[in-house]
Design a protein around this ligand. Structure first.
Ligand SMILES: C[S@@+](CC[C@H](N)C(=O)[O-])C[C@H]1O[C@@H](n2cnc3c(N)ncnc32)[C@H](O)[C@@H]1O
Length: 157
């Protein structure tokens, strides 16, 4: 398997494990169907789409009222982050608020992922679409000496 195929496999594998564990932890048996490029897992009021974020379209998110985005940006290399922010803003229903959680650490101390994403970068990525309000900065040094965790509230501009 070439390197790119291996990366794709790793991602799908991680998404699959996350979806499987979510339903198992909640003692639910999901129904799985194919939805375009996604595998859809569904039980009661939960629906998880397993696949590539960049393949998501407006139609997939029409029922979304708010977003909890934990640690997506820190998984993406810098060059992909603006594409991520623009795509997210483009496919979400109007007036959807986002609770965004990132990590920040001295970049010379560690090579990501997880990457360090500063408040300045969050503003640069999202301020063209949202008002950005820093909510809380938690010092996560106790759990990992190199990381500082941040939360923002993004309100459609
Ligand atoms: C740092 S983890 C955060 C996971 C979870 N949100 C959490 O807080 O535990 C980032 C996740 O983004 C996923 N990811 C990276 N690129 C992706 C893409 N293009 N589409 C969907 N998921 C992606 C990775 O597989 C990884 O599971």
């Amino acid at each position: 398997m070439d390197k790119q195929a291996l990366r794709r496999f790793d991602h799908f594998d991680q998404h699959f494990i996350a979806a499987r564990d979510f339903f198992a932890e909640n003692k639910l048996t999901p129904k799985t169907t194919t939805l375009g490029k996604f595998e859809q897992w569904e039980a009661e009021r939960y629906k998880i789409l397993v696949g590539d974020f960049f393949s998501l379209e407006t139609s997939h998110l029409s029922e979304v009222a708010s977003v909890y985005d934990r640690a997506s940006l820190i998984a993406l290399p810098p060059a992909l982050r603006q594409r991520y922010a623009d795509h997210l803003a483009a496919i979400l229903p109007a007036k959807t608020e986002i609770l965004l959680v990132t990590l920040e650490y001295p970049e010379d101390e560690m090579e990501g992922p997880p990457f360090s994403v500063t408040e300045a970068e969050v503003r640069q990525l999202f301020e063209r679409h949202y008002r950005v309000a820093p909510l809380k900065a938690k010092n996560a040094l106790a759990e990992n000496p190199q990381l500082r965790e941040r939360g923002y509230r993004l309100t459609p501009a």
